[in-house]
Design a protein around this ligand. Structure first.
Ligand SMILES: Cc1cc2nc3c(=O)[nH]c(=O)nc-3n(C[C@H](O)[C@H](O)[C@H](O)COP(=O)(O)OP(=O)(O)OC[C@H]3O[C@@H](n4cnc5c(N)ncnc54)[C@H](O)[C@@H]3O)c2cc1C
Length: 248
């Protein structure tokens, strides 16, 4: 059986478009911080399942997720209604390319997220192994409205001399209105925290979010001499699309 039935333990709404929930962790379910797994709901005997990044770090006792609510989405129109005690089905094989094994160790780890693309980075930020591998970690979370800044309080409370969090809001007045990709490319991110200018020799980048941002950052980094991690080897940056567009 690739899927096991797990109980919803808690639900936390963030905005009208986003919410988090936790599930019981399946027995013998091993994953690396930053990975995703397919989860789903059974409706009329049929499983509707989608890929979800795991917000919890690898050693957590519960599995936490951050979800979009697409009103006519086959899964999330239903998932947005779940309550503690309901069942969610979890695949037994997590995977993904946003783990610490997907970049070489280095000086600064830059994590650039839009929307629910924050999820895998929450897992990495909560994992002390990230700070054993990197001197600094910088996380930029770009969203449209302030309410979509999920986990903002937790991230602000984690800020210290080595972890730097930059929330940005693009469609409402906010102190930082630029997208993370723009901040990274202009060099102001490193500057803001007194870090050395970004360079591919010493620094690493992880990207997770909407396909346009991911493509734009990938093109920028490649043109600037960075190498993407793929089947040919471990490079100095790695990406995952937080969602894929379905064409009917
Ligand atoms: C590797 C991977 C990891 C993912 N991790 C997450 C995650 O942690 N949280 C999450 O909410 N979704 C995540 N997704 C997207 C998720 O798999 C589903 O697409 C999403 O739950 C919507 O499902 P649906 O059946 O309701 O609608 P779908 O039919 O899957 O999607 C409907 C429309 O909504 C758009 N859309 C889908 N997901 C998002 C999103 N997250 N943000 C903005 N627009 C979206 C799609 O482009 C599509 O046009 C991930 C996708 C991939 C490939």
């Amino acid at each position: 059986m690739p899927y096991s039935e797990q109980a919803v333990l808690s639900v936390r709404p963030w905005s009208d478009k986003t919410f988090s929930f936790t599930l019981s962790r399946p027995q013998d379910f091993a994953f690396a911080s930053g990975e995703f797994v397919t989860i789903g709901l059974k409706r009329e005997g049929k499983l509707i399942a989608r890929a979800y990044s795991i917000v919890s770090p690898g050693d957590a006792s519960e599995l936490e997720f951050l979800s979009i609510h697409v009103p006519d989405g086959p899964l999330t129109s239903q998932l947005a209604q779940v309550r503690p005690g309901d069942s969610v089905w979890v695949n037994s094989k997590p995977t993904g390319s946003l783990t610490l094994e997907h970049v070489r160790p280095g000086r600064v780890l830059y994590m650039i997220a839009t929307g629910t693309g924050l999820a895998p980075f929450m897992s990495l930020v909560r994992d002390p192994a990230t700070f054993a591998r990197f001197e600094h970690a910088v996380l930029v979370h770009s969203v449209r409205t302030e309410a979509e800044l999920a986990y903002r309080e937790e991230l602000e409370s984690r800020m210290n001399g080595r972890f730097h969090y930059v929330p940005t809001v693009t469609r409402e007045p906010f102190p930082t209105p630029e997208r993370g990709s723009v901040l990274f490319q202009s060099g102001v991110l490193a500057e803001r925290f007194g870090l050395p200018a970004v360079d591919p020799e010493n620094d690493r980048v992880m990207i997770c979010g909407n396909p346009e941002m991911t493509r734009e950052m990938t093109d920028h980094l490649k043109a600037a001499g960075w190498t993407i991690t793929n089947h040919r080897g471990i490079g100095n940056f790695t990406t995952e699309l937080a969602f894929v567009t379905h064409h009917a």
